[in-house]
Design a protein around this ligand. Structure first.
Ligand code: ARG
Length: 490
């Protein structure tokens, strides 16, 4: 339809090569509402007569109701297909006016901004849910003592709730990053036209308001060229995916028979075609892999925009599938993780069993010596030697006799009462280890309580903010739909 200068049809193979039709389905809806707002503005400014506007709007409403009727055969993209559909339904005299003072260059980025805006709202809403689920879990597992790991080796004792709160805190930062990208996405480029604006008297602010934008991407070169707001969003999404992959990895390890700390619900597990006993954490594994795929998409996007000249280049079309697929993958990941968290079973006894005989109380014991005046380095040496002795015999620290403790103290040249150290060691139960922890952010019950409370308050703030945005966007679209109805029935 666009071929005014080139003669004849485009080569079929070339058309297939450059067409974005396949990926444009997810922006069709936005192309329709964007076209409605633009046409209404053109009418208000006197460029389209009422009868013409009615024909255009009727055609656009028909496209909304029956998108399958839009003929995409031979079209380079959905913008071309939709305009051809409108001209087909409304006639050239009316339909041919729809693209006045507009270009696909401002149109496509308008559509994507509206789509990403919705995705941000959806993703933030899903994250609020997930964090809420983690906080519920934290609330219920403050007494579930389990080892904490560094280098995947037991480090200190902690609690399951401490892990849940750690995830929540990381996800709060992810949420904040995604949430904050909204402001830069929700600016209207419409009316920038091809690159240099237009001599036709249009009202860019009117279309921005009709479509629920916070403002304009003012400069027409910037509006049609820049994709930084999308890069920012996908960067935030890639970082989020990394957080989710870490949670997935923890769950995979903890659900092995060897650990047995958690069991994923059957609904969140897959199985083997051959081994009847299998219950596999496939959704967590897919989450782990998707984080890599999303990272790849971000890198592809950064590569596409790097070094492009100012003004629209067709390279930018290749950005769209990367952006939208990264976004959808993140939304899916968060939802699946939310369900997995809410339905998994916490095996407190297994966690306790792993904590009971663990050497992860070594630092607690050393700190008891410190509180009795022993320099930390000397305590570290003596307790390390104590663990060495216990490990040789494959027994927990509590099984060392007072005599053995005395001989280790002597070897370590630490002048400390063997009977007192024996008392400290035997008294260092997992529960005691946790009780003794007092620093801010530690797994002590008091800290856990306070962290859950503070997190809930913070979450409520985000929930309200997300809801307000969703209502605002929906309100704008509802108003636009009402305006369309008014014109159609006038
Ligand atoms: N399908 C194109 C895209 O997705 C739309 C813009 C095409 N503009 C142009 N001047 N060729 O980016």
């Amino acid at each position: 339809m666009y071929r005014s200068r080139p003669r004849g049809r485009m080569d079929d193979e070339v058309l297939r090569f450059l067409s974005s039709i396949q990926h444009d389905q997810s922006i069709l809806y936005y192309d329709i509402v964007g076209s409605e707002a633009h046409s209404i503005m053109l009418h208000e400014k006197g460029h389209v007569k009422l009868q013409e506007l009615k024909k255009i709007l009727a055609a656009l409403e028909e496209a909304k109701k029956n998108p399958g009727a839009i003929d995409t055969e031979g079209a380079e993209d959905i913008h071309e297909a939709l305009e051809a559909f409108v001209i087909g339904h409304a006639g050239m005299q009316a339909g041919g006016k729809m693209h006045t003072a507009r270009s696909r260059n401002d149109q496509v980025v308008l559509d994507i901004r509206m789509k990403v805006r919705d995705d941000i709202i959806t993703l933030c809403g899903a994250l609020v849910q997930l964090i809420g689920g983690l906080l519920d879990r934290a609330d219920k597992s403050k007494d579930a003592v389990m080892p904490l790991y560094t280098h995947t080796q037991q480090g200190q004792l902690g609690t399951f709730s401490h892990f849940m709160l750690a995830y929540a805190d990381a996800l709060f930062r992810d949420l904040e990053r995604v949430y904050n990208s909204f402001g830069r996405v929700n600016q209207s480029p419409l009316g920038a036209c091809a690159v240099g604006g237009t001599s036709i008297d249009i009202d860019r602010r009117r279309t921005a308001v009709l479509l629920g934008f916070d403002g304009l991407v003012k400069n027409s070169v910037d509006a049609t060229t820049s994709r930084d707001a999308f890069l920012e969003y996908v960067a935030a999404v890639a970082i989020l995916a990394g957080t989710l992959a870490r949670i997935a990895e923890d769950f995979i390890i903890w659900s092995t028979s060897e650990f047995g700390f958690i069991e994923l619900a059957d609904r969140y597990s897959s199985t083997s075609s051959a081994m009847p006993q299998k219950k596999n954490p496939d959704p967590m594994e897919i989450a782990r892999a998707k984080a890599a795929v999303i990272t790849g998409r971000l890198v592809a996007m950064l590569g596409i925009v790097k070094g492009l000249p100012s003004g629209y280049s067709r390279d930018l079309q290749e950005l769209k599938p990367q952006l939208l697929e990264a976004s959808q993958a993140a939304i899916d990941m968060v939802r699946v993780m939310d369900g997995a968290v809410r339905t998994l079973e916490v095996k407190k006894e297994r966690m306790l069993a792993a904590s009971k005989d663990s050497y992860a109380i070594a630092l607690d014991i050393a700190e008891q010596l410190v509180s009795r005046g022993v320099p930390f380095r000397a305590a570290h040496k003596a307790v390390g030697a104590l663990v060495g002795r216990a490990a040789e015999k494959s027994v927990p620290l509590s099984k060392l006799s007072e005599k053995e403790i005395g001989s280790v103290l002597k070897q370590s040249k630490l002048d400390f009462s063997p009977s007192e150290l024996a008392k400290i060691v035997r008294g260092m139960t997992p529960a005691r280890s946790i009780e003794l922890r007092r620093s801010e952010g530690s797994p002590s019950p008091k800290e856990q309580e306070a962290m859950v409370k503070a997190a809930r308050q913070r979450l409520a703030g985000f929930e309200e903010g997300v809801q307000k945005r969703a209502e605002f966007v929906k309100g704008s679209f509802d108003n636009l739909a009402k305006a369309v109805d008014r014109y159609l029935s006038s």
